[in-house]
Design a protein around this ligand. Sequence first.
Ligand code: SF4
Length: 281
Amino acid sequence: MVVAGRAGLETAWDRLESQQPQCGFGSLGICCRHCFMGPCRIDPFGGGAQEGICGATAETIVARNLLRNICSGAAAHSDHGREVVEVLRSATAIANPEKLKTLAAEWGVAADPRSLADRMASQFGSQEGPLIPLLRAPEEQRRRWEKMGITPRGIDREIVELLHRTHHGVESDPVALLRAAMRAALIERLESEGLLRDGVINTESVLEACLTLLARSPAAVVLVGLEDLWSETQPQNTPGTLYERANWQRKTKLSFEEFIEFPAVRRILDRVAAARVTSGE
Ligand code: SF4
């Protein structure tokens, strides 16, 4: 920054300075220009307009704006993936033939780069699931995604749907919009951060990736739920059931002596501790 200043070069910080004060509507995400009836904006103090011309509320506008940001990020990363597939298709030599064989078996094709690349490329536009990499996830996890309605289909299909649903007059329920965003964003973010071990998607690897992401943050303290470390499915407490069940009394499945020797627990905690060190906290 100092060197850039001495050289008279403009940086993002100079441009940020020149934008002050930044637009309050934009900062709150309550302005919309998704169609040519707008632009519209919501008065956050309640005195002025509370809906856009199409009837969109502040919640709907915020959710739409967030979704479109996620959409363009997912589009960018998925296109990087497409480039990798194209490189594989034109490969003339493979450094790790064993890995090629393993992947070809998983994807159900002959162990040659072109067949594997063709099969992978077909998944981008897959209209329905499950996608082949998702089959690595445990059945229980896939059932949960199914129940929540967030099992991802091909990324091209997801992006078209997100752009469609955020268009005016289509989807106005902010919760439904955010659920759709979760589907496109979850796996994409963890993969783009390089946090999923060798691309493995299962409960343990996703938990490990999420905790590592938190641990890398500048937060002063990062808490790890003990029972999450072995994917406990029973709750300690069910709010509002004082008389129906004994709350806060279930013992943990593993004792301290047991879980501290558990390889998966140790690996996750070691990874979190290492990420804390690199984050400087
Ligand atoms: S989509 Fe609705 S809120 Fe957005 S600009 Fe059009 S009319 Fe206004």
